[in-house]
Design a protein around this ligand. Structure first.
Ligand code: SF4
Length: 351
């Protein structure tokens, strides 16, 4: 189950192959692996080493992704394998994303979808580690999921090639694209070992062209990734390119992995970042990892009425009309799908 011929690669001279899944476009010698360590050239054939080999599976509220404007309240089946094409020093899933032994449990695509159904989920989320590096597994699950009426969502660092976005696009409904440190290229080089950020913006445009609902996050890290100029620049790009209704989540950093001595982001800094993005003209800015903060909520951009009240991933009050209008001024709020009342409040792991 675990070795499976890769999608999106090209055979080259001397038994080498070039992977075209992510913007690294690794040129891989025979018997070698790509940068993500989960794709291997076996005698001139590129193979995924993690196909059907899930390292984590859980039932999550969709707000955890975070997706705030897509099927609110729905439960999703989260799935991940080992591997990542980034090397973030602050990764909070480093035990699975950077594990070179490729651990995992045999969990074929049809079993994933069957389990999601049994657990009352409405969709599948490819998350925790970078779904680009388990693309073939995600793609096969996503096709089956669509056949039974489930939606599919990626939580991604956005470092996919346009070819990868175009391939997954027809079976992908939503994507959360995660920036770190305001998208500063120097930050990406120093803290994530990523040479250039431009491909992320190209992938975002490609997601949009493919009709995928997009929400964007940015991790605000004290001192090294907290520039308000960067946040302003990013918010402006989102507004101009994807539109002012694109949800933008500012996430609070907490110490992890190789950055346990960097303090968590304080509330004042998060509020400054929030106001910076709001002042650019984005209509739906949120803060994450700050439970009960008023900026977790959705407000009407026209009359400022509180429309959706949240506590972390849980919706505690819903005031929108059935067709997603503000009940006070009738402004249409861009929310895809419907409100789901599944009753479960907290995520729980299956393995
Ligand atoms: S997915 Fe892995 S092998 Fe492919 S280009 Fe990216 S890092 Fe390299």
């Amino acid at each position: 189950m675990s070795t499976h011929e890769a999608m999106l690669y090209e055979k080259k001279e001397n038994n080498r192959v070039q992977c075209k899944l992510c913007a690294r476009r690794c040129l891989i010698n025979d018997s070698a692996k790509g940068f993500c360590l989960v794709r291997k050239n076996e005698d001139g054939i590129l193979r995924s080493l993690v196909y059907g080999k899930a390292v984590s599976a859980a039932v999550d509220p969709i707000g955890k992704k975070p997706l705030s404007h897509f099927n609110p309240g729905a439960l999703v089946m989260s799935i991940a394998t080992a591997g990542c094409n980034f090397r973030c020093k602050f990764c909070d899933n480093w035990m699975i994303s950077q594990d070179q032994k490729i651990p995992g449990k045999n969990f074929p695509p049809d079993e994933v979808v069957k389990t999601a159904r049994e657990k009352n989920c409405y969709g599948i989320s490819y998350t925790y580690t970078e779904p680009t590096v388990f693309f073939e597994y995600a793609y096969d699950i996503a096709k089956l999921a669509h056949q039974v009426g489930f939606f599919n969502t990626f939580v991604t660092n956005g470092y996919l090639t346009p070819e990868a976005v175009k391939t997954i696009g027809p079976v992908l409904d939503a994507a959360t694209v995660d920036f770190k440190g305001g998208g500063d290229p120097d930050f990406y080089k120093s803290y994530s070992s990523v040479p250039t950020v431009e491909p992320i913006y190209e992938a975002l445009k490609e997601f949009r062209r493919n009709g995928v609902h997009i929400e964007i996050t940015n991790l605000v890290i004290p001192k090294i990734g907290d520039s308000m100029d960067r946040i302003k620049e990013m918010a402006s790009w989102i507004k101009e390119t994807l539109g002012p209704d694109t949800p933008f989540h500012l996430l609070r950093f907490h110490p992890d992995y190789k950055m346990t001595t960097t303090p968590g982001t304080n509330v004042e800094l998060m509020e400054k970042a929030y106001m910076t993005a709001r002042n650019v003209g984005l209509n739906y800015v949120y803060v994450g990892n700050l439970p009960r903060h008023p900026a977790e909520n959705t407000y009407c951009p026209q009359c400022n009425e509180l429309l959706i009240k949240r506590h972390s991933f849980e919706i505690t009050k819903w005031k929108l009309t059935k067709d997603m209008h503000c009940p006070v001024c009738e402004h249409k709020i861009p929310i895809i799908g419907q409100l789901h009342q599944t009753g479960a409040r907290f995520p729980y792991a299956l393995f």
